[in-house]
Design a protein around this ligand. Structure first.
Ligand SMILES: *Cc1c(COP(=O)(O)O)cnc(C)c1O
Length: 422
């Protein structure tokens, strides 16, 4: 069966044919390729076409698809039963690995998605402070829980929804939205400030020097908790995440993606005294049938045990080389392009005239909607390079991407840019 045939069947029984809107080609046009299998840096669709994959499950895959050691860990875990409703060693080992890697992180509660992690962290922050208000930043995404689904970046932004239908005014009434890279003035009604330490859901926007430090100081001034949503940055920017990279310590952390090794895992955590507000020790309720699931913790633990900060630093250096090569190749073709990077994270902006690298969502929006990205995306796809099907996403380069893969990517970008030149 072809991609078209699979997608027609999908649309008959799944709304829009996708289980997460970012997977649809709504903002780039056309029919998505349906993935049959993945291996390392590559995915193969149901028609047998192979793509060099920069989607990598939006960052859930760090070591590449179907890594043999992850597959083996999963097989071992599955043979022993996949869920029990009782404590298991796997969740202890994953929590130990995380708290060892991240300075100041003393305890984590495992959940099954980044959405749950952020939602639960906010509930904990409210419960622990006795305050209602949450501050988030325009263009940052923290999952799709009601209170956080406002000015949400990627999936929300590219579909043109301001928040979402079905979210009541009451649900977001205590959510305040500030522009990224500006430290808001807080007061004592604020329970927490939730931030992506590197914004990765409005294309890539790096924190300006002093931004994260400023948030830390402003939170301290009014007794609010600073929450780093490290669902993307955690164990990708460095083993110790954003704190290791930027030297700013939050009160609460949210994790997801990488820590599940390709299976559904999220986590939120912080100091022991803060986490003790959670049930069963404290009054803040939070639960999950599949939380700390043995398969998911086995995969996550395997990945965390394989990846050292020096591997991530090596990847970051290679991504920086890729970024400069893409910029040069596109500039040679007569278009303007910026590929900002932070560690191994990279964004890509294209325009027909010179522009400055965006520092907030208002600056990203005109670039994301200038019509170039959909054409660039399809040009790359035709050349066997799969980028995310939306201009608000970033490039996820896995540890399985080789130097030859990266060189081929920059070459393809130059080719595509030449074909787009007016
Ligand atoms: C992906 C993401 C989430 C949501 O995680 P899910 O597992 O999709 O629920 C939350 N925060 C950030 C920063 C993300 O990138």
């Amino acid at each position: 069966m072809t991609n078209d045939e699979w997608f027609a069947r999908a649309r008959a029984v799944i709304p829009g044919g996708v289980d997460s809107p970012v997977r649809s080609f709504a903002s780039v046009g056309g029919v998505p390729y349906t993935v049959a299998r993945g291996e390392g840096a590559y995915v193969e669709d149901v028609e047998g076409t192979r793509y060099l994959d920069y989607v990598q499950s939006y960052g859930a895959s760090l070591v590449g698809h179907a890594h043999p050691e992850v597959v083996a860990a999963l097989a071992r875990a599955a043979a022993g039963g996949s869920t029990f409703g009782a404590p298991t060693p796997g969740e202890v080992l994953l929590a130990e690995a995380m708290t060892e890697a991240v300075a100041g992180l003393e305890q984590v509660r495992l959940v099954s998605s980044g959405t749950e992690a952020a939602m639960s962290a906010v509930r904990l922050a409210r419960g622990a402070t006795g305050r209602d208000r949450v501050v988030k930043f325009d263009g940052c995404y923290h999952g799709h829980s009601d209170a956080l689904l406002v000015a949400g970046g990627s999936g929300v932004a590219q579909l043109g929804l301001p928040g979402s239908a079905g979210v009541t005014a009451g649900a977001v009434g205590d959510t305040l939205v500030a522009p990224y890279n500006e430290v808001p003035t807080l007061d004592e009604s604020v329970a927490c400030v939730l931030v992506e330490p590197v914004a990765c859901n409005m294309n890539l926007v790096a924190p300006a020097p002093g931004f994260l430090e400023g948030l830390r100081a402003e939170c301290d001034r009014v007794g609010a908790l600073l929450v780093f949503d490290e669902v993307i940055t955690g164990f990708r920017l460095a083993r110790g995440g954003a704190e290791e990279h930027f030297g700013v310590t939050p009160d609460l952390w949210c994790f997801g993606k990488v820590i599940g090794g390709g299976l559904p895992v999220g986590a939120f955590g912080g100091r022991r005294d803060t986490l003790s507000a959670l049930a069963p020790e404290g009054p803040v309720y939070q639960a999950g049938t599949l939380s700390g699931n043995p398969l998911a913790t086995a995969a996550g633990l395997q990945v965390l045990s394989m990846v050292e900060t020096r591997d991530l630093a090596g990847l970051a250096a290679r991504v920086a080389t890729l970024a400069r090569a893409i910029e040069a190749a596109v500039a040679d073709a007569g278009l303007f392009c910026r590929v900002p990077t932070v560690g191994a994270l990279a964004g890509i902006y294209l325009a027909a005239e010179e522009f400055a690298t965006p520092t907030n969502a208002d600056q990203v929006r005109p670039l994301a909607t200038n019509g170039l990205y959909p054409r660039f995306f399809h040009g790359m796809l035709e050349r066997g390079v799969a980028l995310a099907p939306g201009a608000y996403e970033i490039l996820f380069t896995s540890l399985a991407h080789t130097d030859a893969d990266l060189a081929r990517t920059a070459e393809a970008a130059g080719d595509v840019a030449r074909s787009l030149r007016p």
